[in-house]
Design a binder for this molecule. Structure first.
Ligand code: MF3
Ligand code: CO
Ligand code: CO
Length: 255
């Protein structure tokens, strides 16, 4: 990977903030539509139209051949779930991952949504995923490292009895959707890549219910892979885009 490691100018930071705010607005908007009976294709349509209405472009669409405007990852799907015609059912948990491109800059954010009443276990994994993301964000220091973030996430997730996904994680973001550095959900303090002021990263831990291996499935016509748990156990994820400042950080994907 490359890109996104050069400090942004004040003007670029303004653009980045706008893309992130609008992405967060779309994620907030879609929440009201997530209920039993709605299909993930309908969610895709809602995200697509809302994104355009804000003057943004849905970045997943045609990204390395990805066929939809949003990722919808249900239950055992870890990430990159492709919207389809299956209606969501009471008890499902779904990650909706929205990325907007506005004026050449990207804002990337996701959250878990509970479909009707869900099991205690399903509710718990969502809660732990959200808190894991926040623990990772709180570990960010200018000139700290990606390992500081991974360490904080892994420590919290394992203490709660869940399993962080090691193969995939966060990324540099800015003028490119995905670039350096890789932001892992495990690691050692002080290891990994340096966090530079006035660059942006995502923190987006994926956590699983069991330590079973993860499985990759192809998407027709795309280089993007869908990831899922191999044993059908649950997976959950939250994501924010973060600006690293000279004194700390700022969460940009807030409405
Ligand atoms: N939004 C995802 C991420 O957090 C990437 C989706 S790429 C797509 O990095 F092609 F699947 F849309
Ligand atoms: Co991301
Ligand atoms: Co995302």
């Amino acid at each position: 990977m490359r890109g996104n490691v050069e400090p942004l100018t004040q003007d670029e930071i303004r653009k980045m903030k706008r893309a992130c705010r609008l992405a967060a607005q779309t994620l907030e908007y879609v929440k009201a539509f997530v209920k039993p009976g709605v299909t993930t294709n309908e969610i895709d349509q809602i995200v697509h139209e809302h994104t355009l209405s804000l003057g943004a472009r849905p970045a997943p669409l045609n990204y390395h051949g990805f066929p939809k405007s949003v990722c919808t990852s249900v239950n055992s799907c870890i990430c990159h779930g492709v919207p389809d015609d299956r209606p969501l059912q009471e008890g499902d948990i779904v990650n909706i991952d929205v990325t907007h491109e506005v004026d050449g800059f990207y804002g990337d954010t996701s959250a878990m949504f509970l479909v009707g009443e869900v099991s205690e276990r399903a509710r718990k994994i969502c809660e732990v995923a959200k808190e894991a993301m926040l623990k990772g964000i709180e570990a960010i220091r200018p000139y700290g490292t990606t390992g500081d973030i991974g360490f904080a996430i892994n420590k919290y997730v394992t203490k709660k009895g869940f399993f962080p996904v090691k193969e995939i994680g966060g990324h540099g973001i800015g003028k490119r959707f995905h670039g350096d550095p890789f932001v892992p959900s495990y690691g050692k303090k002080g290891r990994g890549e340096k966090l530079r002021p006035w660059t942006c990263i995502t923190v987006e831990p994926m956590i699983n219910e069991t330590g079973a291996p993860i499985r990759e499935l192809p998407i027709e016509g795309s280089d993007v892979k869908v990831f899922e748990t191999s044993d059908g156990s649950l997976s959950a994820q939250y994501e924010h885009t973060i600006l690293i400042t000279d004194t700390g950080y700022e969460i940009l994907t807030v409405p």
